[in-house]
Ligand binder design. Structure first.
Ligand SMILES: NS(=O)(=O)c1c(F)c(F)c(S(=O)(=O)CCO)c(N[C@H]2CCc3ccccc32)c1F
Ligand SMILES: [Zn+2]
Length: 267
């Protein structure tokens, strides 16, 4: 990141994280780079099954800017099967770059960043009562990741992006009613093709508690939708005299020694 982007971006200081959050300097850290000599095909990796992702319009979602990402709380009726346990949805959020460098994904493939990345965070509701109890347990969380790249306008993503303009500043929140919205519209078509590995939260406290599923196929959003994401959000509060743009809110890839990433597809 250039000096300027560091100056204008949220003070991320990921190098300083381990001092305050020891797990950030520990093992099983995410994100990572997927490259061929750490990938291993696993025929037991089944397509994920989503329950309750087609949420009724009576449900509302809370969208909030927490100063380093925009997160949307999801309905607890949403869950995933076909993982070692049943995992219940908690929230979704995104990571992105900046207007001069639209390479803000967290995971990379053969060293290549994608434009942005969507994360849908779930917790193991079979073993833990809520995400707070689950988030520091080795089998506590499951995060679905979608790599985003530039292409045609994406009406499904627009259903959430158009509200981001109303939570521009840290601390702002919005209760949203979506007339019939299937969160699965945000995922790629091939739900059977994904990377799977055990990793961590990519933000402090970086607990090594995440079963990662990164879908192989990227989803396309338009240049304009991406630019709106890269320029609309601030990590500061609305009355802050020195506004800081929320850009480059992705963690750099972590060392991945003696570990394998399992893939559900044959290359
Ligand atoms: N990239 S990621 O998927 O690892 C990831 C984030 F990148 C991120 F920013 C957040 S957060 O909630 O916005 C801020 C930190 O809590 C979470 N939130 C998770 C972590 C802890 C927690 C507790 C309650 C609800 C959600 C979360 C997260 F899982
Ligand atoms: Zn994330």
């Amino acid at each position: 990141k250039s000096k300027w982007s560091q100056l204008t971006a949220c003070p991320d200081g990921e190098k300083a994280w381990p001092k305050k959050y020891p797990f950030c300097g520990g093992v099983f850290q995410s994100p990572i780079d997927f490259h061929k000599d750490i990938l291993q095909y696993d025929s037991n990796l089944l397509p994920l099954e989503f329950i309750g992702y087609n949420v009724p319009s009576t449900d509302h979602f809370t969208l909030t800017n927490n100063g380093h990402s925009v997160k949307m709380y999801l309905s607890p009726t949403m869950c995933i099967r076909n993982l070692p346990f049943e995992y219940t949805a908690s929230q979704l959020h995104l990571h992105w770059g900046n207007r001069n460098k639209s390479e803000g994904s967290e995971h990379t493939v053969s060293g290549k960043h994608f434009a942005a990345e969507l994360h849908v965070v779930h917790y193991n509701s079979e073993k833990y009562p809520d995400i707070t109890a689950a988030m520091d347990k080795a089998d506590g969380l499951a995060v679905l990741a979608v790599l985003l790249e530039i292409g045609p306008f994406n009406p499904s993503y627009e259903k959430i992006f158009r509200h981001f303009r109303n939570v521009k500043y840290k601390g702002e929140w919005l209760a949203l009613y979506f007339p019939g919205f299937n969160i699965q519209e945000l995922l790629p078509d091939r739900l059977d093709e994904y990377y799977r590995y055990e990793g961590s939260l990519t933000t402090p406290p970086c607990y090594p508690s995440v079963l990662w599923t990164v879908f192989r196929h990227p989803v396309k959003i338009s240049q304009e939708q991406l630019l709106a994401l890269e320029t609309a959000m601030y990590c500061t509060e609305s009355d802050d005299p020195e506004p800081l743009e929320m850009v480059d809110n992705f963690r750099n890839v972590q060392e991945f020694h003696e570990r394998l990433v399992f893939i559900s597809f044959r290359e």
